[in-house]
Design a protein around this ligand. Structure first.
Ligand code: 4NP
Length: 149
């Protein structure tokens, strides 16, 4: 079983997009039984809120189902539950280290590392570029699956 937790600032754009994109890839490969995939926020800003409509619309354009879900914040317990905790950008990674009190088991990774890059996933919050975010996350998830399977 691979247990993956995607993490971003608000848990209404990038990390839920990653959650839905990876769930879709896994489903298309018939591997649903082998994966547990979720997402959460570092901040309290959007807790309880649904996926941001433009993020949902981008997924819909790509034919990817988007579950109805509500934003939740990362907890210390998540560190034991999940095998990989994947941040979208450098500031997510810093916040995760701080909130979790370190990373003794080396579970914290940055998304684009799986695509062989040190850059951040494009943040659509200020640019509205949800298509660019979609492409980055898809690349990252493809690399992640390659590494895991
Ligand atoms: P996300 O996007 O971290 O990709 O879910 C954001 C959502 C909310 C805020 C920033 C980014 N905010 O400042 O409230």
């Amino acid at each position: 079983m691979h247990k993956i937790l995607f993490v971003c600032l608000g848990n209404i754009c990038r990390s839920p997009m990653a959650e839905m994109i990876l769930k879709d890839m896994v489903k298309k490969r018939g591997l649903e039984e082998q994966f547990e995939i979720a997402s959460c926020a570092t901040s309290t800003e959007e807790i309880g809120n649904p996926v941001y409509p433009p993020a949902r619309a981008e997924l819909a354009r790509r034919g990817i189902p988007c579950e109805h879900r509500r934003a939740r914040q990362l907890t210390k317990a998540d560190y034991d539950v999940y095998d990989l905790l994947i941040g979208m950008d450098e500031s997510n990674i810093r916040n995760m280290h701080r909130m979790l009190g370190g990373d003794p088991k080396g579970k914290i990774r940055k998304m684009m590392e799986f695509a062989g890059s040190r850059r951040d996933v494009a943040d659509p919050w200020y640019t509205g570029g949800f298509d660019v975010t979609y492409r980055d996350i898809t690349e990252g998830c493809e690399g992640l699956l390659k590494e895991l399977l």
